[in-house]
Design a protein. Structure first.
Lengths: 53, 245
């Protein structure tokens, strides 16, 4: 049981760390990407949110 | 150590020209040198970062889930590099297109993680990542240079063969990539398979070894005492066989 918890825990921790890293990078680059690619998925999702409001 | 690893990455064990790994981006992204340099540097950065982190975590990751963990780490770094390129080098990002996220499935990265970074310390793993990435980038630039110069008459977009040069479109097409890569692989094979010179001392030692081998082949005389013992054992075996019958 302990072994399975350790194995699953390691994989979950690695995944969470990678997602955190990508979130931080996305925070700094999303504006620039949107500037260069206005038709990208990121800008589309912003438009949908604005329409919902 | 560092120079040896670099030499291995560029010449002796080049990932593209010797191991034939990463052929997909090598064929698709070598129509011009700028693209080849871009995909090569992106691969090198991912290789460096993934080797560094896999080497750091090698004792923490259980053996059964190592491949899954490596893929998560590699995919994370590829996504990070993709976002950074799209943000700061949008032109390069557009020209690399789908081949940028496809670095995740590049065999070189997972191969080095599995064979080297997971078994070695941080510094050698970093050096291996740099050497292999540099070797891959070097090979891509060579292929792209040949294809761009012959196929378009330009190098890095600059006209090098004059206005009157008639471009050979065959080299820009995928078949041209196959032919160029095949010729380079053959050349690399020829260059790296020179017969090694055997020093004179080793020849003398080999001759002396052959002399001793001849001596061993001569019949060995068994001493009289041992012959008696062998005969006694034979007799005992015969008696035992008779008793069994």
């Amino acid at each position: 049981m302990k072994y399975y918890l350790r194995t699953a825990g390691t994989l979950i921790i690695i995944t969470v760390c990678v997602v955190l890293m990508l979130s931080v990078i996305n925070l700094f680059t999303s504006d620039l990407i949107e500037e260069h690619e206005p038709d990208s998925v990121a800008s589309a999702s912003v438009e949908v949110t604005e329409n919902d409001d | 150590m560092m120079i040896k690893q670099l030499k291995e990455g560029v010449l002796d064990n080049n990932p593209l020209l010797i191991q034939l790994l990463g052929i997909c981006p090598a064929l698709a992204m070598t129509t011009n040198v700028s693209n080849a340099l871009g995909i090569g540097i992106a691969t090198m950065v991912v290789l460096l970062l993934s080797n560094l982190f896999i080497s750091l975590l090698r004792k923490l990751i259980p053996n059964e889930i190592r491949i899954a963990a490596y893929i998560v780490i590699i995919a994370g770094f590829v996504s990070a590099v993709e976002m950074l390129i799209k943000a700061y080098l949008p032109e390069l990002g557009r020209s690399l297109g789908i081949f940028l996220p496809l670095i995740v499935v590049n065999c070189i990265i997972l191969g080095r993680a599995e064979t080297f970074a997971s078994k070695n310390k941080v510094l050698p793993s970093l050096m291996d990542g740099f050497a292999m990435g540099f070797g891959f980038t070097f090979a891509l630039i060579v292929v792209a240079s040949i294809r761009e110069i012959i196929g378009a008459g330009t190098w890095f977009g600059v006209n090098v063969l004059g206005e009157s040069y008639q471009s050979v479109l065959f080299f820009i097409m995928p078949s041209g990539a196959f032919i160029t890569l095949g010729c380079l692989v053959a050349l690399m094979k020829k260059l790296t398979s020179f017969p090694k010179k055997v020093p004179k001392n080793s020849i003398e030692s080999l001759e002396s070894e052959s002399v001793t081998a001849e001596k061993v082949e001569e019949p060995v005389e068994i001493p009289a005492e041992e012959e008696v013992i062998v005969e006694e054992i034979k007799e005992e075996v015969e008696v035992a066989e008779k008793n069994d019958n």
